[in-house]
Design a protein around this ligand. Structure first.
Ligand code: UN1
Length: 503
């Protein structure tokens, strides 16, 4: 286990190398902590005036929207280069600040690089349509124009990638970006901002304040949500956060892109490849210590294979290596903090009341990190889908249930209030297709787990997950304003729908 003085020292070395100005750190009122040992790693100041930052970003937008889109793509290309060069350092910082294992932290930085590549290509493909006009000598077209200031509110569990999904698209779409990162992971945000500034310096004259970071808590986020100059706010976090943010944005008719909770499930059907299923379930349910919005939380196993799969799962849960996320042997790092641990314990206690058989869930003492919250992931065999199995608890708990009929499993799958991601494990084509059309989630997979999506697809979900779509496919359209243009190139004025109005 890395000792805490060396963690703080390593953090400041990493921040310096990543280009974070020393003036941004030290002496402020926000204390950044590492979940590795629960101890402070840096202090920083809160943003004094979020409104001033948003107004400055709006001025940047007015310049940036006139820069041709492929040229805007060049800035994102350079940013992708900075990320490639800084991948090891930024990944390490992400591990220190949010506790995910190094391989996953590096994967998160890779996800940023991937979305930059996607956005660079997109900068030459912001296509509109030409539409047949019913009037002679008229042309109709649909064009996509830059939108304005894009606010991004991100969560601790993906402290850099989710911002990048939004920012890379927003920047090529001609928007400026104001980022309110989780107050649990402000340092990674400052590092990313510094890398973007490096790219901007190489780009040539880029508008000042094209991207800014607001350091603060919920009140700062609220200022961003309420500011009339924030045209779109893309917010990732709990459903409770979305319930607070959504109506405030609606009140001023601003755009909302909400990526909220998931209570993701998988169905393991009789023909499933059990070796593959075991590995997929282990990563999806225990990876990132259960702290992904796409984490697998419910597993429906067909009764005919229950005894073949579940004992192997129990073994995996009992033996998975929990510990220091900087150690390459570790697969499960710490929870983000004590509140997360309390929520996990409370959910497990409720599960027991409902007749659940709980394996794991106990805190693991780490000699050198008494204030770190390390837990053995919990596997809970439930007699039925009740109580905590219907909620999202942001911790590594997998509720396992038996099923006999696929239609019933799909019904139970859909019964929860969230609708993010879902999977089936089967080699039966009919079952796979029935599941894909039956799942009510934004993401539905066959023979892979629900987490770890690639950036090329649209990411997001239905119901209490909030309905937003980020990242690939045509998610970029949320960051632009659609305009329908009709051009009359004749000398007369025929009216649509055959209306006459002759003076
Ligand atoms: C999140 O947890 O908020 O699909 C995002 C995944 C990752 C992103 C998760 N690509 O698990």
């Amino acid at each position: 286990m890395t000792d805490s003085t060396s963690l703080a020292a390593e953090t400041s070395t990493l921040l310096a190398r990543l280009g974070v100005p020393a003036a941004a750190l030290g002496g402020g009122e926000l204390e950044a902590r590492s979940p590795i040992d629960g101890r402070p790693i840096a202090t920083l100041s809160l943003t004094r005036s979020p409104a001033a930052s948003i107004e400055a970003a709006h001025a940047a937008f007015l310049e940036w929207r006139d820069v041709p889109a492929p040229r805007r793509g060049e800035l994102v290309r350079l940013f992708g280069e900075e990320l490639r060069a800084a991948k090891a350092d930024l990944g390490r910082l992400v591990t220190i600040e949010c506790g995910k294992i190094l391989s996953e932290a590096l994967g998160e930085v890779q996800e940023m690089i991937d979305i930059c590549d996607f956005a660079v290509g997109l900068s030459r493909q912001l296509y509109g349509l030409t539409i047949a006009s019913e009037r002679p000598e008229h042309r109709m077209m649909e064009v996509w124009r830059p939108l304005g200031v894009v606010g991004v509110i991100s969560a601790f569990n993906f402290p850099v990638a989710v911002w990048a999904w939004n920012a890379a698209l927003a920047l090529v779409c001609g928007d400026s970006v104001v980022w309110k990162p989780s107050e649990k992971t402000p340092l990674a945000a400052l590092a990313v901002q510094a890398l973007l500034e490096r790219a901007a310096a190489r780009f040539g004259p880029a508008p000042q304040n094209l991207s800014t970071v607001l350091i603060g808590g919920a009140a700062t986020g609220q200022e961003l949500v309420d500011h009339p100059m924030a045209a779109l706010v893309s917010a990732t976090g709990s459903t409770a956060m979305g319930r607070a943010v959504g109506p405030r944005l609606a009140r001023r008719f601003a755009r909302a892109l909400l990526e909220l909770g998931g209570n993701n499930a998988a169905i393991v059907a009789p023909t499933a490849d059990l070796g593959l299923t075991l590995r997929a379930v282990a990563f999806a349910a225990m990876g990132t210590a259960g702290q992904r919005c796409t984490t697998l939380r419910r597993l429906f196993v067909h009764e005919s294979i229950y005894e073949a799969l579940v004992p192997r799962l129990r073994q995996a849960y009992a033996s998975v290596v929990v510990g220091d996320p900087t150690d390459p042997a570790t697969l499960v790092g710490p929870l983000i903090d004590g509140d997360a641990f309390e929520a996990m314990r409370a959910a497990l206690a409720r599960a027991e009341t409902d007749g659940g058989r709980v394996l794991g869930g106990e805190r693991i003492a780490m000699q050198q990190a008494p204030a770190g919250f390390y837990v053995r992931p919990a596997l809970v065999e439930m007699p039925a889908q009740t109580g905590p199995a219907l909620d999202e608890t942001f911790a590594p708990i997998l509720y396992v249930m038996r099923y006999s009929r696929l239609d019933e499993a799909i019904r139970l799958h859909n019964v929860v209030s969230q609708g993010l991601s879902s999977s089936i494990f089967t080699n039966d084509l009919r079952e796979a297709e029935r599941f894909l059309s039956g799942s009510d989630c934004g993401i539905a997979n066959v023979n892979i787990g629900p987490s770890g999506a690639e950036i090329g697809g649209a990411f997001g979900g239905e119901k209490e997950t909030g309905g937003g779509r980020e990242s690939g496919s045509d998610a970029w359209k949320a960051y632009m304003r659609r305009a329908t243009n009709t051009i009359n190139f004749g000398r007369s004025l025929p009216l649509a729908q055959g209306v006459t109005f002759d003076l």
